[in-house]
Design a protein around this ligand. Structure first.
Ligand SMILES: O=C(O)CNC(=O)[C@H](CS)NC(=O)CCC(=O)C(=O)O
Length: 270
């Protein structure tokens, strides 16, 4: 692994596939112009709308999202992650899949979100992700690249389950990817704290692309796509507008923090 620039894209996806892909394309291009070798897109980057609409359009969203990621990767010679989009799995359900594609358009890693967001929030909004999404059953894979390091995938609500990230760091993950569409309500109190905790306890970089602003009806996301270093310092925070968090992923910094704070070597219970 060498030093490189990573970008966490922040966008306001809508119930409009083509519009979202056009926006994502502009932001990927911006990231590349700023020097990013690794560009990450948030959960639901290609579609964020009513569950029924999502399921109805799922084949098209799945097909076009995958094609989009391959096109971007090859056009700009980057590694790219689409942080969660629906893929039909039968019985009227979809998986919420994150996909990582390399420079030659090759698939590097694929992960079906395991923890589903079935939560009634105190603000009156209810989320029942399991109504349309079939949960994955396998740990996320780690993509091992000589250039970008060992990258572990996850999606959004997974961030609340530290045992998943412990599994990833035990298997050598140096960079944890946490693409999200965090709600505005939970995000204001939990988002930054959870991301920092995952970085600090695993002494790993965290790259967290995010949704922001109002998508449709009452669905509003928190924003603050960010990149955090293995000590827990926020290297870049995209704020609330669409845009980018951009920061250097540096193997000597990783090695330094792992020397200064050797928690991974001091584990007793797993
Ligand atoms: O709805 C879709 O189309 C796709 N899925 C999502 O956006 C998912 C499930 S609703 N969002 C989250 O997991 C938010 C978690 C969160 O906000 C928290 O943990 O506080």
């Amino acid at each position: 692994m060498k030093s490189y620039l990573a970008a966490a894209v922040q966008m306001t996806s809508k119930p409009d596939l083509e519009e979202n892909l056009a926006t994502a394309s502009d932001l990927v291009e911006l990231a590349v112009r700023r020097g990013a070798a690794f560009v990450t897109l948030p959960e639901n980057f290609s579609f964020l709308g009513q569950e029924t609409e999502k399921v109805k359009q799922a084949s098209e969203i799945a097909h076009k999202s995958e094609k989009f990621l391959k096109t971007m990767a090859q056009r700009y010679q980057i590694t790219i992650v689409g942080g969660g989009f629906p893929i039909p799995v039968g019985d009227g359900k979809v998986s919420n899949t994150a996909l990582m594609i390399g420079k030659n358009g090759e698939e590097l890693a694929r992960y079906e979100k395991v923890h589903l967001f079935d939560v009634n929030l105190p603000d009156g909004n209810t989320y029942q992700e399991s109504e349309t999404v079939k949960a994955g059953v396998s740990l996320p894979p780690i993509s091992i690249s000589p250039e970008l390091g060992k990258i572990g995938l996850s999606v959004c609500y997974d961030v609340r389950f530290p045992e998943l990230y412990r599994q990833l760091s035990k298997q050598g993950a140096e960079v944890l990817l946490i693409p999200a569409a965090f709600t505005a309500y939970t995000g204001k109190d939990h988002w930054q704290v959870l991301l920092k905790a995952r970085a600090i306890e695993n002494t790993a970089y965290v790259i967290a692309p995010a949704q922001t602003g109002n998508h449709y009806a009452r669905r509003t996301s928190h924003g603050h796509a960010m990149i955090i270093d293995p000590w827990g310092l926020i290297l870049s925070d995209a704020g609330e507008d669409p845009g980018l968090a951009l920061a250097e992923i540096n193997p000597s910094r990783l090695e330094q923090v792992r020397r200064q704070m050797p928690v991974l070597n001091h584990r007793v219970f797993g």
